[in-house]
Design a protein around this ligand. Structure first.
Ligand code: SAM
Length: 284
């Protein structure tokens, strides 16, 4: 099997199939063995694991996963990559390729079918243009998950792990931190990809909590409150929530803030996850 994690082997395969990169699919293929090893170590893959890879590309990371995992399912949107994957993964009998848009696949059903409802691990070099919908979809749709170890844009990795009082703090930070413990593994420069992306990248590992770290009676309601707070992040929380069509009166927000001893002019960006949870529990 040709090991793809070198610039020359990747170039050879791309040439053999006369492959044209599709910018709209966020195609930046990894060519650095050292980074691939770091991703494998962070994801802690063993033969017990069923791994779901999103966007296998030409199969570089898939080869690494196949050697370490019990089973690998890889979802790739670009039909031009399918014959290449059949070639580069011809020795990998534990890999199933699905030629679909990952955002349209019922991943919960897939995980249940392939792994008997046991939690799967997600490992991927994500297409950056859909990082947030992929991550949010994985958490919100109830896919049984152990962890998500992914390459993302550096700035997005930053956003996932920061707390209140920083400019990058927002709805994504709160959602990720409600479901998982984030840990940035390493930064990855553009030179580790073909073609080089215009932004820096980072590998982040999100280890799913068995129980969320805060108690909230209605998760859906909390995330509506969070989204409304950050949609108008320069406004006070009272005005941001009253202006959103949540059906919550200004008075009710003021009362809830008072009960928590929070300033009535506070902005959403100053509230921690715990405070958002408590506030939601107080709101009608
Ligand atoms: N895993 C490969 C690697 O590391 O070299 C490729 C990673 S590349 C950043 C992202 C991959 O996701 C591409 O192969 C792209 O075609 C695929 N992709 C983009 N949008 C997708 C979607 N909606 N569903 C599934 N795959 C997608």
């Amino acid at each position: 099997m040709i090991n793809l994690s070198s610039p020359s082997n990747t170039a050879e395969i791309l040439k053999k199939y006369n492959f044209n990169f599709q910018k709209k699919y966020g195609q930046n293929f990894l060519i650095d063995a050292n980074i691939l090893e770091k991703i494998m170590a962070a994801a802690d893959i063993s033969k017990e694991d069923c791994v779901l890879e999103i966007g296998p590309g030409i199969g570089t990371m898939t080869q690494y996963l196949s050697q370490r995992a019990g089973e690998v399912i890889a979802v790739e949107i670009d039909k031009n990559l399918i014959p290449i994957l059949s070639d580069t993964l011809s020795d990998c009998s534990n890999v199933t390729i699905i030629n679909e848009d990952v955002l349209k696949v019922d991943l919960k059903k897939l995980a249940e079918e392939k792994n008997g409802g046991n939690p799967v691990k997600i490992v991927a070099n994500l297409p950056y243009y859909i990082t947030t919908p992929i991550i949010m979809g994985l958490f919100e749709s109830g896919v049984p998950l152990k962890s998500i170890t992914v390459m993302v844009q550096k700035e997005v990795a930053e956003r996932m792990q920061v707390g209140p009082g920083t400019k990058d703090y927002g709805a994504l930070s709160l959602a990720v931190q409600y479901y998982a413990r984030p840990e940035v593994i390493c930064d990855v420069p553009p030179s580790c990809f073909i073609p080089r992306p215009g932004v820096g990248s980072a590998v982040i590992c999100l280890e799913r909590y068995e129980q969320p770290p805060v108690f909230v009676e209605n998760e859906k309601k909390m995330f509506s409150v969070i989204r409304a707070a950050f949609n108008q992040r320069r406004k006070t929380l009272v005005n941001a929530l009253a202006n959103a069509s949540l059906g919550i009166a200004k008075e009710a927000v003021l009362n809830a803030l008072e009960k928590q001893n929070l300033s009535l002019t506070i902005r959403g960006e100053a509230l921690s996850l715990k405070q958002f949870a408590q506030l939601t529990n107080e709101l009608p």
